[in-house]
Design a protein around this ligand. Structure first.
Ligand code: ADP
Ligand code: MG
Length: 232
């Protein structure tokens, strides 16, 4: 299914939440680079997909009823071979079924283990008054503890996206800190512009959450994504 078909189907079914796989497909088609993420409905399929993608891989629970996958014991990273991957597959299933006995589980997603980068977040919330509002911030502990984020109303222009990156308190972390590589700031600005363009042209989405995005010296990759549909 294309991203457009996924969105149309979700609207028809009046579904509130899209899975990570669906969200990444939609964002990829909007020109935003995401880790290649595919669905395995069985352990055998996970073996085949892991070999195709290449170890190390990451496995995650895939269910519209489980939005915080880690809380469900539903994320296992850096699985280096078939043995580790199969053990992780079983552990995720057991944990998810135990903690979310009523969840409709479609399977487990398999994706490449992304190289470490600077963790940032990007997102959108549709405000009743202002329409789509874009958000940028530093990921991980910084956003959770300090709420170090910036906002702009869509549509963004180039200056807006530069300001969004410029005005966070942790800006220095993006410029390379203690020998860490700097983030590719023009690339991140471009990602925000693409997100703005997408939400401005796509009705029916209430919220987009890309958390985390790994920012590199060259480029960036969305490692987790969530999309919430509007009620109407
Ligand atoms: P949650 O639903 O709990 O937010 P995430 O998909 O964000 O789950 O995964 C939790 C954490 O695991 C991420 O914050 C990131 O640090 C790590 N992670 C997830 N996917 C990958 C990946 N493809 N490569 C490397 N690390 C990853
Ligand atoms: Mg996440």
């Amino acid at each position: 299914m294309t991203g457009l078909e996924i969105l149309n189907q979700a609207r028809e079914e009046k579904r509130a939440v899209l899975t990570e796989i669906e969200a990444k497909q939609i964002l990829t088609e909007a020109g935003i680079s995401c880790t290649d993420t595919r669905l395995a409905a069985t352990r055998e399929e996970a073996v085949a997909l892991s070999e195709e993608i290449g170890y190390p891989v990451v496995l995650k629970i895939s269910s519209v009823d489980i939005t915080h996958k880690s809380d469900a014991g539903g994320v296992k990273v850096n699985l280096k071979n078939r043995e580790e991957m199969e053990a992780a597959y079983d552990a995720i299933m057991t944990s998810a079924r135990e903690l979310y006995p009523d969840a409709d589980i479609e399977g487990i997603s398999v994706q490449a283990m992304a190289d470490p980068g600077i963790e940032v977040i990007m997102g959108m919330t549709r405000d009743a008054k202002f329409g789509p509002v874009l958000m940028f911030g530093l990921g991980g502990v910084l956003v959770e503890v300090l709420g170090d984020v910036s906002f702009r109303i869509a549509p963004l222009d180039r200056e807006d996206s530069a300001e969004m990156l410029g005005e966070i308190k942790g800006r220095k972390l993006l410029e390379g800190y203690r020998g860490q590589d700097p983030a590719d700031i023009p690339y991140l600005e471009e990602m925000l512009l693409k997100l703005s363009h997408f939400v401005d042209n796509t009705p029916g989405i209430q919220e987009i959450d890309m958390n985390p995005v790994f920012a590199y010296k060259d480029g960036a990759a969305v490692v987790d994504a969530r999309i919430i549909m509007s009620d109407s």
